[in-house]
Design a protein around this ligand. Structure first.
Ligand code: ATP
Length: 373
């Protein structure tokens, strides 16, 4: 599921956070937030439970006020403007449908409150239901729908109002795995079709990577990094982002030699050369990170032509269908994960526990970060 739509990076921001902080009682839950949301993008707020994602969404919708800082919509401050005047709509995990109303009436409710003419209501609701593929269920009661269908009603109810932005607070987290995957694709397609800005909250990194134009990675009330899925996965800015997005093997080491553009480090006895992209000096400590899918394991009888970077013993073999994951214990006791893709007739599946393997990876595929205590 790769998004191919290119955003116009020159377009003016739709929403801007400028030095925004938010506390509840004496607990600071958002600290000095600065970023902007581009018009028409699919932006995801990603971070562990309690990092402030929902609070950030509630600041956009107007259900919370910042203690300090500014929030701008199209360049104008909205602090103090009530939620119903902001033209943003939230889709919640719990759907919040009216159980006694049918699908059509659930979607029409907001328009009826605004006294929109009847013909226009019919037209707009029909169009919204067609977009979420629910036109044949218009007369069905909300209680007689599956979880996925209820979710679509909640989305139709939001888009029928033609919002500036749709805020989606973990909308897929109560769906089962298969339905969730299907809904992810539907949401991406819907967002492309509508061209409305989607601000999506999740703590599921795979969901964020597969759906978003950009991801805001949050941790303990801070924004750690903002970037495209590739940027945050392949060039994480710090250890927090690297650890939160995807699996990582982290080697703590120090620079033993600096050459012109390279540095030499010792990884469990293996002298390895790295590009010196961060101006490291001899003696500087650093983290070298290698993703499990970038590591290769070789049995002792298949090492010919392979560089032996590290050596260890197989601790665990986990078959996952499209990959086989190995847990390897290095000579120094460190545990390393390796994720191997294989052909169906590949005997790589037959790793034995305790068997010795050598490990290597493609030089240049490491992420090198300054040491964090
Ligand atoms: P989750 O993924 O679990 O929903 P989150 O990242 O969305 O978490 P928030 O719901 O924004 O996190 O909460 C951030 C912090 O603010 C938490 O410590 C939470 O307990 C606290 N908090 C949120 N709302 C309130 C409130 N109304 N009063 C007091 N504390 C609150």
């Amino acid at each position: 599921m790769v998004k191919t739509v290119q955003l116009d990076t020159t377009s003016k921001p739709l929403i801007e956070f400028i030095n925004v902080s938010k506390s509840f009682a004496d607990q600071l839950v958002l600290s000095n937030i600065n970023f902007s949301v581009k018009s028409g993008e699919f932006l995801t707020l990603l971070g562990p439970s309690g990092c402030g994602k929902t609070t950030l969404l509630r600041l956009i919708s107007g259900f919370e006020k910042p203690n300090t800082g500014e929030i701008l919509f199209n360049g104008k401050s909205v602090v103090g403007i009530s939620p119903h005047q902001r033209h943003v709509h939230t889709v919640f995990q719990s759907y919040a449908l009216f159980p006694h109303m049918n699908v059509f009436e659930n979607v029409a409710f907001g328009l009826r409150c605004q006294k929109v003419p009847k013909d226009e209501i019919n037209e707009r609701v029909d169009q919204a239901l067609r977009l979420v593929k629910l036109e044949t269920l218009a007369k069905r009661k909300a209680t007689q729908l599956s979880g996925g269908q209820q979710q679509r009603v909640a989305i139709a109810r939001a888009i029928v109002n033609k919002p500036l932005a749709l805020l989606l607070d973990e909308p897929l987290s109560s769906l089962d795995y298969r339905l969730r995957k299907d809904m992810q694709i539907e949401l991406i397609q819907l967002q492309r079709k509508l061209g409305i800005t989607f601000i999506f909250v999740t703590h599921d990194q795979e969901e964020a990577l597969s759906m978003s134009d950009r991801i805001v990675v949050m941790h303990e009330g801070h924004v750690e990094q903002i970037g495209t899925p590739r940027e945050v996965y392949e060039t994480p800015k710090n250890l927090t982002v690297a650890k939160f997005i995807g699996e990582v093997n982290i080697f703590d080491t120090e620079v033993i030699e600096v050459n012109q553009k390279t540095i030499k480090v010792n990884i469990d006895g293996y002298l390895h050369q790295l590009a010196n992209t961060k101006n490291f000096q001899t003696g500087d400590k650093l983290h070298m990170i290698i993703r499990p899918e970038d590591m290769r394991a070789y049995r002792m009888d298949e090492t010919e032509g392979q560089e032996r970077m590290l050596i260890g013993k197989v601790n665990e073999v986990i078959y996952k269908g499209c990959t086989v994951d190995l847990i390897i214990q290095l000579n120094n006791g460190k545990i390393v994960s390796v994720e191997e893709y294989f052909n169906e007739d590949d005997d790589k599946l037959e790793y034995q526990l305790n068997e010795t393997v050598i490990l290597n990876w493609l030089p240049g595929w490491e992420v090198v970060l300054p040491y964090e205590a």
